[in-house]
Write a protein that binds this ligand. Structure first.
Ligand code: GDP
Ligand code: MG
Length: 370
């Protein structure tokens, strides 16, 4: 049972697989990097290469978030993370822009809006809300499929002149499946033919009972175009967040989720990280997906450099070794050796997953042979 492939051992030792193969050959064991060796042989090799033996379990190799629970006494309130969903053309993008615009003071020092995939807004009561900038349930489900449940609250945008449409219903179902509470934003109330009451009634058919209908789901009539009732919507989010008592420990190594990542011409690989817990700081060593790196700079949604980012704050991170994928997890670790170890482990896991998910079809094999 206690076996390891030569390559995996090489990765953990940060040595070349070929060098281990050579050493094993000298020991009278002709193996390839993909073959497994037993624990005694592995230990012998480790000592041979002048490394220290440290027995680790599978869980120690990667970082198991679920097993690493924060002390309740260290938890602090954090901002809710909100995703805007709804049918095409019902005003998701307009609402995202209006909410952000409502908060950016013209002429504010360095206040240039940057589209980094997420941004923060202050509510009338002074609390903060984080909005994910990629609207629609597709981004939401994709992130979820990758194990990244970052959304705390879903805003369902329904155009009051158009009513519930297929994607509105899909959005409701996705939010329900994820256990994420919904706030309904009945949009375009400035339009002729707007019928907000009809929306409330139709929602009943999908078990969304808004307050006006005697239920508990908050609904707000808005106009993204005329910027009507945006404060009310922010208030509703703040209230929902209060009920949920969202908390995180800011005082630990940071963990976050990649919201967006790209290769920037001037800056190299850049990822927007939504910090989930802990505080991310310039200089921190981290693993992000299968990449490792050190934080060279942090840039907020206003394009300003910041020294640190706490829970629920989105920041652009510079200093990655490569471009990670949306939904990947960033974890700050204590040293570079550990970062390399975790990155190597994750690369291997990703490879295993890919090979498992891509069965060779017989059809393909026959046509390749023909
Ligand atoms: P999305 O597809 O859900 O992102 O919808 P958009 O934000 O792109 O909006 C679709 C169209 O509806 C655009 O022409 C917007 O200008 C318009 N629109 C969005 N919100 C409002 C609103 O509150 N009132 C009116 N009259 N038009 C709106
Ligand atoms: Mg849009």
């Amino acid at each position: 049972p206690d076996t390891i492939t030569v390559q995996e051992l090489a990765n953990r030792m940060a040595e070349k697989g070929a060098d281990l193969v050579k050493a094993l050959f000298k020991m009278g064991m002709p193996v390839t990097v993909n073959q497994t060796i037993d624990q005694d042989t592995a230990e012998l090799l480790v000592t041979e290469f002048g490394h220290e033996i440290k027995r680790v379990s599978e869980a120690d190799i990667d970082i198991r978030h679920d097993m690493d629970v924060d002390d309740p006494a260290k938890l602090q309130p954090r901002a809710p993370v909100v995703t805007i969903m709804g049918h095409v053309d019902h005003g998701k993008t307009s609402l995202l822009d209006a909410l952000r615009g409502a908060n950016v003071q013209a002429g504010e020092a360095g206040g240039i809006t940057q589209h980094i995939g997420a941004y923060q807004v202050k509510t009338p009561d002074g609390s903060i809300v984080t909005f994910l900038d990629t609207p629609g349930h597709e981004a939401f489900t994709e992130m979820r499929a990758r194990g990244a449940n970052v959304t705390d609250v879903a805003i369902l945008v329904v155009a009051a002149d158009d009513g519930l449409k297929p994607q509105s219903i899909e959005s409701i179902n996705h939010a329900k499946a994820a256990g994420v509470p919904i706030i309904v934003a009945i949009n375009k109330i400035d339009k002729e033919g707007a019928n907000p009451q009809r929306v409330r009634e139709r929602l009943l058919e999908h078990e969304i009972i808004v307050e006006a209908m005697g239920g508990e789901v908050q609904d707000v009539e808005v106009s993204a175009l005329k910027k009507t009732n945006l404060d009310k919507l922010l208030d509703a989010i703040a209230l929902q967040a209060e009920i949920m008592e969202l908390k995180a420990n800011p005082d630990r190594n940071a963990e976050g989720t990649v919201v967006e990542a790209k290769l920037d011409k001037g800056r190299g690989p850049v990822a927007t990280i939504l910090v989930r817990r802990g505080t991310l700081r310039v200089g921190d060593i981290f693993v992000c997906g299968a990449e490792s790196g050190r934080v060279r700079a942090l840039v907020n949604d206003q394009g300003q450099q910041v020294k640190e980012a706490g829970p629920s704050m989105p920041v652009e991170v510079l200093g990655l070794g490569g471009v990670p994928m949306a939904g990947d997890t960033l974890v700050v670790v204590d040293n570079e050796a550990r970062a390399r170890e975790v990155a190597a482990y994750r690369q291997e896991q990703a490879l295993k997953k890919r090979t498992a998910q891509a069965p060779v079809s017989l059809e393909g094999m026959f046509s390749a042979l023909a």
